[in-house]
Design a protein around this ligand. Structure first.
Ligand code: AR6
Length: 187
C-alpha cells in the first residue's frame, strides 16, 4: 500500500490543516483499517460489481442480510452499516450518479455523496475514513471532473467537522492516483 500526502504542517502549527488531513492511498479499500470505508453502491444496496462487489465479498454474509433491511438508497445519499468482517468499523454506502453527459445534475449528486457520507461519519464519531473514486468505474464519470469534486467536497466537510482527522482517497490505479495528487497540489 502506498500512502502519499502532498502536504507538511507548517513548523510550530498545532492544528492540522484540512489539506494535511487528505491522503492518497493506492490500495484495495477492503483492506483498510479505518473508522469507515465508503462503498460506491447502487440504489438497491444489495451488492454489485467493482468496489461494491469486493466489499460485499469481504464482509458477507452479514452485510447482505443487514442491507436487505435498509430499503435501498437514493442517488447522492448515503446509509451506514457495521463493517462486519472488514477491518473498518463501519461501511458507508453511497450511490453515485451515472454519467449522462453532465446535464443531469451529476456534479451536485456526486458532491452529495461525499457530503452525506461525511455527515454520517461525523454523526457516528468516525475520525478516519476512506473513499473510493465514486462513479469512476461502471458509472462512467470523467475522472478529472470526479476527482475535482471529490477533493472540493471533502475539504468543505473537513472544515465543518474538525473532529475528522483523516480522509483517504483510495485509488485502484496509478492513473487515478496521479490525478488526485495533481488535484491536491492545486488546492
Ligand atoms: N478498492 C478500491 N477501489 C476499487 C476497488 C477496490 N477493491 N475495486 C474497484 N475500485 P465502481 P461506480 C475502483 O465501478 O462507478 C457496482 O456494480 C474502480 O477502479 O466500483 O460508482 C455498483 O453496484 C473505480 O475507480 O463504482 C454500482 O452498480 C472506483 O472504484 C456501480 O458499480 C469506482 O468504480 C457503481 O459504479
Amino acid at each position: 500500500m502506498t500512502v502519499r500526502t502532498g502536504y507538511k504542517l507548517a513548523e510550530g502549527r498545532k492544528e492540522m490543516s484540512t489539506q494535511h488531513k487528505m491522503q492518497i492511498v493506492l490500495a484495495d479499500i477492503t483492506k483498510l483499517k479505518v473508522g469507515a470505508i465508503v462503498n460506491a453502491a447502487n440504489n438497491t444496496l444489495l451488492g454489485g460489481g467493482g468496489v461494491d462487489g469486493a466489499i460485499h465479498r469481504a464482509a458477507r454474509p452479514e452485510l447482505y442480510e443487514h442491507c436487505r433491511g435498509l430499503g435501498g438508497c437514493e442517488t447522492g445519499q448515503a446509509k451506514i452499516t457495521p463493517g462486519f468482517r472488514l477491518p473498518a468499523q463501519f461501511i458507508i454506502h453511497t450511490v453515485g450518479p451515472v454519467w449522462h453527459g453532465g446535464e443531469q445534475n451529476e456534479a451536485e449528486l456526486l458532491a452529495g455523496c461525499y457530503h452525506t457520507s461525511m455527515d454520517l461519519a461525523a454523526e457516528n464519531g468516525v475520525t478516519t475514513m476512506a473513499f473510493p473514486a465514486i462513479s469512476c468505474g461502471v458509472f462512467g464519470y470523467p475522472l478529472e471532473q470526479a476527482v475535482a469534486i471529490a477533493v472540493q467536497s471533502v475539504q468543505e466537510k473537513l472544515v465543518q467537522y474538525p473532529d475528522i482527522e483523516q480522509v483517504q482517497f483510495c485509488c485502484f490505479s496509478p492513473e487515478l492516483e496521479s490525478l488526485y495528487l495533481e488535484q491536491l497540489e492545486s488546492v
